[in-house]
Design a protein around this ligand. Sequence first.
Ligand SMILES: Cc1cc2nc3c(=O)[nH]c(=O)nc-3n(C[C@H](O)[C@H](O)[C@H](O)COP(=O)(O)OP(=O)(O)OC[C@H]3O[C@@H](n4cnc5c(N)ncnc54)[C@H](O)[C@@H]3O)c2cc1C
Length: 316
Amino acid sequence: MVLIFIDHTDSEIKKSSYEVLSYGTALAAQMGTSAEALCLGTVKDDLTTLGDYGVKKVHQVSNEALNQLDAQSYARVITDAAQSLQADVIIFSHNQTGKAVAPMVAARLKAGLVSGAVALPDTSNGFVVKKNVFSGKAFANVSIKSAIKIISLNPNSFHPKKIGGTAVVEQLKIDMDSPKVKVISVDKVNGEVPLTEAEIVVSGGRGLKGPENWKIVEDLAHVLHAATACSRPVADSGWRPHHEHVGQTGIQIAPNLYIAIGISGAIQHLAGVNRSKTIVVINKDSEAPFFKAADYGIVGDAFEVVPKLTEEIKKL
Ligand SMILES: Cc1cc2nc3c(=O)[nH]c(=O)nc-3n(C[C@H](O)[C@H](O)[C@H](O)COP(=O)(O)OP(=O)(O)OC[C@H]3O[C@@H](n4cnc5c(N)ncnc54)[C@H](O)[C@@H]3O)c2cc1C
């Protein structure tokens, strides 16, 4: 059986969970087995609707302590659930939760783990999973040989597909030790789309000259319901908060659309954004390296181009 972990935040199921659902059900069909989902804590969403993505059963461990991520508690509960449900394969999203939890579950189950998978495994001869390596510069095909196999799927690598159906929700009783850590409060930046979840990201670099000029980036992000990001020197100079820094040493993202404004496209920046589905580059230097990675490019002064772009998008 393929067990798919459903991740949520603020009691809403994350978009990446629908990707792993479709991936897990496709894998189960390929292996001639069933796909079931596992949800820890409670969510606002109706879990029976996950059947739309192909799972027949959703196991829920409704314990208040699991409403927020505590990686150690999650790992313990997922391990026990996987054992009691006799899962052969466990699927996570390769997001913050998956990165924290999947390795712990793998260690507990003595299971082989491939993190950051980008395609369905080849099961024709063994179990070989394709993943990104060297910040997306190459692929590796990794063979998992353990009895239980764990995969974390790179966000935006597998398109979620509704196939119709309703799932049965079953409560799963797992005894839990009291958590070793307790979340006392969460301070959130208000009114922004979280960068790691965003479908569209508008990003600014040193070409914007200073923090006082960021309004053009924010205005464009606002009309597109996008998150904002920046290059590393921008965060290092204190023009923007560090949580917006994308790249090799920052956050790695894979939105559907990445708009880079006044960013040169250094390899360390590309390492964090080159998995974006579509890249648009706005730069006044036609020789800027970013144009080589771009799907669309505008050679021009950001201070002229971006407000015009925002106005045109507003009209739409
Ligand atoms: C170990 C290591 C790790 C690193 N990690 C990261 C990382 O994670 N993320 C990251 O971003 N960088 C990282 N860097 C830094 C990286 O090498 C680059 O220095 C950095 O990305 C450059 O930032 P930038 O493109 O904003 O600035 P610049 O290189 O200064 O480029 C500014 C661009 O703006 C354009 N421009 C100027 N004025 C305008 C205008 N009016 N309109 C339009 N375009 C204009 C210019 O033509 C230029 O292309 C790392 C470096 C090292 C050594």
